[in-house]
Ligand binder design. Sequence first.
Ligand SMILES: NC(=O)c1ccc[n+]([C@@H]2O[C@H](COP(=O)([O-])OP(=O)(O)OC[C@H]3O[C@@H](n4cnc5c(N)ncnc54)[C@H](O)[C@@H]3O)[C@@H](O)[C@H]2O)c1
Length: 339
Amino acid sequence: MEKKRLGIIGLGRLGFEHASNIHHNIHEAELTAVCSVVEKELETAKEHFNPEIITKNYRDLFDTEKLDGIVIATNSQTHCEIICAAVEAGVKNIYTEKPLGLSMDEIVKIKETVESAEGLIFQVGYNHRFDKNLMEAKQKIDDGFIGKPILIRMESRDQAGIEEFIVKFSPTSGGFIADMMTHDYDTARWFTGSEADTIYGVGGVYAYEGLKACNDMDNTSILMKFKNGVMVILTASRNSAYGYHAPMEIFGTEGSIKVGDFSYNTKNHYMNKDGINRKCSEWFYEYWQDTYKAEMADFVACVCEKREPKVNYLDGFKAVEWAILADKAVKNGEIVKLD
Ligand SMILES: NC(=O)c1ccc[n+]([C@@H]2O[C@H](COP(=O)([O-])OP(=O)(O)OC[C@H]3O[C@@H](n4cnc5c(N)ncnc54)[C@H](O)[C@@H]3O)[C@@H](O)[C@H]2O)c1
């Protein structure tokens, strides 16, 4: 079978990871084109992957004679423009990083554009859905292992960073409640198999004072009730002193499942007079690394087999919609009821 020729738009932190996976790890695809507005990134990509097309203009990747599909890994505020332009230009296979967009207007526009296209394969980058442990836990729940699910608790703690960078990133990220917690809304929807009914939350600035000027936060707790009655508690932090940490518990009438209680980056324990020490994962790339490869491999498989991706535009739409409502709930101290 001929390899699927893919182009990538965005070669930053995550774009380079995707480019590398396509080039090195996915045998059914080849990295034919790369695009970035940063010259240095294009030079590095040429050195590592030697692709046929190297460009600063993302529209050069819409040529369906030369490419079978594209991967969008640009900054979040460009997703809507690039997705809509690609679909309108007739691109048939699109993977886009999360979030789909940053406002209701943007995600409604994307939904309408995607729904109007025929034969479009469109995957959104909720990579946690490709985590082996989460997949196994979800299967156990579906098999009835914990009886009727009652409560899901999820924590997302990012390793503490440099305040200057965190404050600079805030205005283009969509804000903490949208950017940092976006995977959690999606995982909650996947695990409950239901839609949100009510959202409430609290939060604030506890670590990075500069975020106040951006009307943003660094620690939040969101409480949701789903239409099937399941309660979900999501807590998130941008300043975990000990590293990245993302444990989860699903508690039901017959038992409980815990996923990733601690996030170790080693099997070694170091013991001395101070006790036992074991290092945590330093950041989310390390913790979720395998899922980036798995989601891209599945996207390529969807293109080859012409099947619907595991995470589609509607999943992407819901995660952004709930983030916007959660943000409103926390900032206005409201209980938001969904229609
Ligand atoms: N799924 C995950 O775990 C995860 C993790 C990190 C980031 N992300 C998402 O990935 C996306 C990229 O994040 P990042 O941290 O890699 O960003 P980054 O700032 O490191 O890189 C952004 C890239 O986009 C390119 N770009 C921006 N505007 C462009 C345009 N108009 N045309 C062509 N290229 C353009 C830049 O040249 C750069 O290569 C974001 O949407 C982010 O939310 C997802």
